[in-house]
Write a protein that binds this ligand. Structure first.
Ligand code: AMP
Length: 567
């Protein structure tokens, strides 16, 4: 079975194609949203999802979140004494989603279509496929998140020509795509984005605002410790979400017997958020320019991603586009549903009339060249070969010449980016090509770039003078694991024990009690401690009925204490 997965920065979801429609699959807690958080418990077993999210505060050294932001980099994240690559942590999330589907349908899941931000680089896409491989999933197809969103909407309205703008603001990334659906062909006309702009950044800005307001007042604790930071961020997220309904709310925080409070109004949030809101305009304008489309010609504006629930963001979208955007599909779920549509297309589901999908290369790919200004040669210039927003798959050739007399090699350096000078672009790899020694400019090299449907780049260089053909293997990319390394890590991950699924609901509740115990003081704290103690006693009886009853009771009381638990 092929599943569609939205592997998000904050949350992940899995969907399958059933009864002629995409359908989300719930996790062990019965929830369709699984936080993209991984933790190790006291016995070194892996916890994924809400229980791990609770432990961000209580066990920050053993818990990791937001690792999608580091996909495609060589960074390692420590959980206790173990170090993990971002693709390994992503693999643990994927494995948990795979397990959910296998339990629900009693069928093995062998393959997945995984969504990625349109703006993901080559290394980030490769890392995502490796994460799939590490989770035991074949990932032939990656789908851009905005494309998936438009597919989820577009699949039911194939009859008319529609142009979409997908405004996708999630926990960690912002993506804008312009797509056109015409006679069953969905074409991405342009995409642009910001890999470091999402709900988390609004939270970080609020935390900063809170800390700087407090610093003026009185002695404050060390807010830089990871446990406190996580607590502040969580409180910031609560405040940000509450301000969707209320005119003002209080940011409150207690630590070491003291309580800090700051009232935050919608206007204040607006002020704190303005620099981030301003940044949203840039990719929108770029995508519109690249697609050569006017706002008035767009048929649908789709809001995707949890952060588009913020009234400030919706207001900005309404002002920018002069109308209210569509939100009939839940913005948290639309990408996973679209990934399942893509999975069904891949399997050629009968109920699904074929929608052909075309995509674009989201950034310019090129090489370094030397420019001549009179008698002066200046290296470090950028020669674009595939320009951003070309429909893929695409293959383009550019011919370059040797620069010096009798030079024996040409060093070809490949970059991704939009800047005139390569130092401002991202280096993808390089290749040294032998050439016959001749006068300058006499040896030509045909540099061919091929960018496939999955966003993977191949460079091929032909030297007509010798008839030789060279392929660029991007070896020196520290962000991409080599195959033998993948095999080694696969074996290591297989050794890791996973926290038993049957205990997940109980473990999550205990983790939540522990977090709240740490957050509160006095009588409330005592009550939380008693609840945890009694629950543990009931757990020891192994009486499933009593356990379930007590779990529901405690969860209800905690919901009352905290407001909505899942946000
Ligand atoms: P996603 O990456 O699409 O799962 O979006 C996650 C982000 O959406 C997080 O930063 C959440 O804080 C944010 N989010 C979810 N619900 C709301 C809400 N009601 N108001 C504001 N932000 C929200």
């Amino acid at each position: 079975m092929i599943v569609g997965i939205d592997l998000g920065t904050t949350n992940s979801l899995v969907a399958v194609w059933r009864n002629a429609a995409p359908q989300l699959v719930p996790n062990a807690l019965g929830d369709v949203i699984t936080p993209s958080v991984v933790s190790l418990d006291e016995q070194g077993r892996v916890l994924v999802g809400q229980a791990a999210r609770e432990r961000l505060q209580t066990h920050p050294q053993l818990t990791a979140a937001l690792f999608k932001r580091h996909m495609g980099s060589a960074r390692e994240i420590s959980l206790g004494t173990r170090k993990f690559r971002p693709e390994e942590l992503s693999a643990l999330v994927l494995r948990s989603l795979k397990d959910d589907v296998e339990r629900a349908f009693g069928e093995p899941v062998t393959e997945a279509v995984i969504s990625v931000p349109a703006y993901f680089s080559d290394a980030q896409r490769k890392a995502t496929r490796i994460a799939g491989e590490l989770a035991g999933l074949k990932v032939e197809k990656l789908v851009n998140e905005p494309t998936a969103a438009a597919l989820a909407y577009g699949v039911h309205q194939k009859d008319r020509e529609t142009s979409f703008l997908v405004f996708d603001l999630g926990g960690g990334t912002f993506d804008v795509s312009i797509l056109e659906l015409f006679e069953g062909v969905m074409e991405v006309r342009a995409s642009a984005g910001d890999n470091f702009l999402g709900g988390e950044d609004f939270d970080a800005a609020l935390v900063q605002h809170f800390i700087s307001s407090l610093r003026q007042e009185k002695a404050t604790p060390d807010f830089d410790s990871p446990g406190l930071r996580n607590r502040l961020r969580r409180e910031a997220e609560r405040v940000r979400q509450a301000l969707g309904q209320e005119a003002a709310t209080s940011f409150s925080f207690s630590h070491a017997g003291r309580q800090w409070e700051l009232t935050i109004s919608q206007d204040e949030l607006q002020r704190v958020a303005t620099p981030l809101l301003e940044r949203l305009r840039v990719p929108i304008e770029r995508a519109l320019r690249d697609a050569r489309i006017r706002v008035a010609d767009l048929d649908e504006i789709l809001l995707v991603g949890g952060t588009t629930r913020m009234p400030l963001v919706r207001k900005l979208a309404a002002v920018l586009f002069g109308r209210f955007p569509s939100m009939h599909i839940n913005p948290d779920e639309v990408v996973a549903l679209g990934a399942a549509v893509q999975a069904a297309l891949k399997q050629r589901a009968e109920a699904l009339e074929e929608v052909v999908l075309t995509d674009v290369c989201p950034y310019t790919l090129g090489i370094e060249t030397t420019e001549q200004f009179g008698r002066v040669y200046e290296g470090g210039h950028y020669l674009p070969i595939i320009e951003r927003n070309c429909v893929v798959p695409i293959s383009r050739v550019k011919t370059i010449q040797t620069l010096h007399d009798n030079q024996t090699h040409v060093l070809l350096k490949v970059f991704q980016g939009e800047s005139r000078l390569v130092k401002d672009n991202i280096a993808l790899g390089e290749l040294s090509i032998p050439v016959p020694p001749r006068p300058a400019g006499e040896v030509e090299l045909d540099v061919r770039f091929t960018y496939d449907n999955n966003g993977i780049l191949e460079a091929e260089v032909k030297v007509p003078a010798t008839g030789e053909l060279h392929h660029l293997v991007i070896e020196k990319n520290p962000g991409v694991l080599a195959p033998e390394e993948v095999r080694r890590r696969l074996a290591e991950l297989a050794e890791l024990k996973v926290h038993p699924r049957e205990q997940m609901a109980n473990t999550t509740l205990l983790a939540r009690l522990e977090r709240l115990y740490q957050e509160h003081l006095g009588e409330l704290r005592e009550m939380l401690g008693n609840m945890a103690g009694s629950f543990q006693q009931v757990l020891a009886t192994q009486d499933l009925q009593r356990i379930e009853q007590m779990r529901v009771e405690i969860a209800q009381r905690l919901d009352e204490l905290e407001g909505s638990p899942w946000q």
